[in-house]
Design a protein around this ligand. Structure first.
Ligand code: NAD
Length: 451
């Protein structure tokens, strides 16, 4: 259960009384909704945020490097599933929301939220180049009275050590001339219950004045705002949340491997354990981690702590176990086919390639690793996915197959449990099924091998 205190009061907390001239002016603009709001990076995070502020009555300008994206926004045509064009178009038409590739508009903006990507390099080092590039542009058009809020997920210390020095080169002083915060983004694309507006927003400022303004800013458009004492705390909050998830998934994946070795059904174990009304939270095993948050974010933390001589052992271990899951699945397929029979020449049909249920995103999907491992062992691969028409592999592009491939396959592997799949038809027609998601819970058949 949450122990953080949330506030629904759309006003500043009693942390700090506005004292500088710039702070008083900006507070007034935010309260009166005359502040001109900017969002840099218009992807899964930035576009929904820009829309929330336009809906709250602010004049919003989105800035992105992609001219295709800005043109689509200006045409009222959304490319983000959680933002319907029917919501976007009236905001654009009424002049509340516009998009541009031209950073010079920052001269006229009062607030700027930075929502650019933060991938990992192959070496698992954070790639800060997008944040640096965005801040270089912001610095060119910097002016007194501006509030800058970094939202990209990153290592603790980024705002203070990387962003602040770039902005202070202007000669302006943080906390009196300009204001700087970090606020982690928690959006969960495709989640019908929790979206930008009703996910509590944590914000921490460089100084108390920064926190107060950050809190005031978010309180105008979002339902719950949680102020914290520093940018470092706010950065760490996000990493705790995602590391918590990654490690618990690692634990339950190891449980699955242990149960498999002992002939115990791990799914039944979790279901029964979850009846405990306190002190337990169910996590589920699977074919491996996917997406661009859970497999990536904890490594920002381990990279940073290494510099302080502290090893993030839970993260490394969970990363190792989760990384083994595609291998475990392939061994299950091999064993299910016939112990000793090579995979070479077998036809394997992958059921679902997106990294999670009911979305189209294949970034970091474990399906890609499983396909790669199966191909290396000589299996021929086909796939089905109602949300994904094709996938790019190292040397080829694979197009999704119709249901003929299902009955022709020696083995079907359920990697993503999309709701649109007809599981009864799958059980009727497949020769053999390896189910890595417990999608066939309730089905009884000798054809089914569970994780
Ligand atoms: N997508 C999620 O579910 C999610 C959830 C929580 C946090 N985050 C974090 O939020 C951040 C943004 O993620 P996203 O999923 O929205 O990314 P995205 O790839 O969907 O969007 C990022 C946008 O930034 C633009 N961009 C890149 N460099 C730029 C620059 N220098 N100036 C202006 N625009 C630039 C890109 O063209 C793109 O449109 C990342 O740090 C991510 O880890 C994402």
């Amino acid at each position: 259960m949450s122990t953080v205190q949330t506030s629904t009061v759309p006003d500043t907390p009693d942390l700090h009384q506005a004292d500088s001239h710039q702070e008083k002016m900006l507070s007034e603009k935010i309260r009166s909704r005359t502040a001109r709001v900017g969002v840099v990076g218009l992807g899964y995070v930035g576009l929904p945020l820009a829309v929330e502020y336009a809906q709250a009555g602010y004049n919003v300008t989105g800035i992105d490097l992609s001219a295709t994206k800005t043109a689509r926004i200006n045409a009222g045509d959304s490319y983000i599933g959680d933002v319907p064009s029917s919501t976007l178009e009236p905001l654009v038409r009424s002049g509340k929301l516009q998009a541009t590739t031209d950073f010079s508009v920052i001269r006229d903006l009062d607030t700027v939220n930075i929502c650019v990507p933060t991938p990992l390099r192959k070496t698992k080092d954070p790639d800060m180049s997008y944040i640096v590039a965005a801040c270089e542009e912001i610095a060119k058009y910097f002016h007194p009275g501006i509030l800058v809020i970094l939202e990209s997920t990153t290592y603790p210390g980024t705002t203070a050590e990387l962003v602040l020095p770039m902005l202070e080169k202007s000669g302006l002083k943080v906390g009196t001339d300009f204001f700087l915060c970090f606020s982690p983004e928690r959006v969960d694309p495709g989640n019908p219950k929790f979206q930008t507006k009703n996910i509590p927003k944590v914000v921490g400022g460089t100084t108390p004045a920064c926190t107060t303004l950050g809190h005031l800013f978010y309180s105008q458009a979002l339902e719950n705002v949680v102020p914290v004492s520093s940018t470092q705390v706010a950065e760490m909050v996000k990493l705790l949340e995602n590391t918590f998830r990654m490690i618990n998934i690692g634990l339950v994946n190891e449980m699955a491997i242990m149960c498999d070795g002992m002939g115990i059904n791990v799914w039944e174990v979790i279901e029964a354990a979850a009846t405990k009304p306190f002190g337990f939270m169910p996590f589920y095993p699977g074919p491996g981690l996917g997406g661009h948050c859970i497999p990536i974010d904890p490594f920002y933390l381990s990279w940073k702590t290494k510099q302080a001589g502290i090893e993030a052992r839970f993260i490394e271990l969970a990363g190792y176990i989760n990384g083994q899951m595609p291998h475990f699945v392939v061994t299950k397929v091999q064993n299910a086919l016939d112990i000793g029979k090579p995979l070479k020449g077998s036809k394997v049909h992958i059921y679902g390639v997106a990294y999670k249920r009911d979305i189209e995103d294949v970034r970091e999907s474990p399906a890609l690793d499983i396909i790669h491992l199966l191909q290396k062992r000589g299996a021929s691969i086909s796939f089905a996915d109602p949300h994904v028409a094709e996938i790019r592999l190292e040397d080829e592009t694979l197009l999704r197959e119709d249901s003929g491939a299902l009955s022709a396959a020696d083995c079907v592997v359920i990697v993503t449990d999309h709701s649109a799949f007809d599981y009864q038809a799958l059980v009727d027609r497949a020769n053999l099924i390896v189910d890595t998601r417990n999608a066939l819970k309730g089905f009884k058949s000798d054809k089914i091998v569970r994780l």
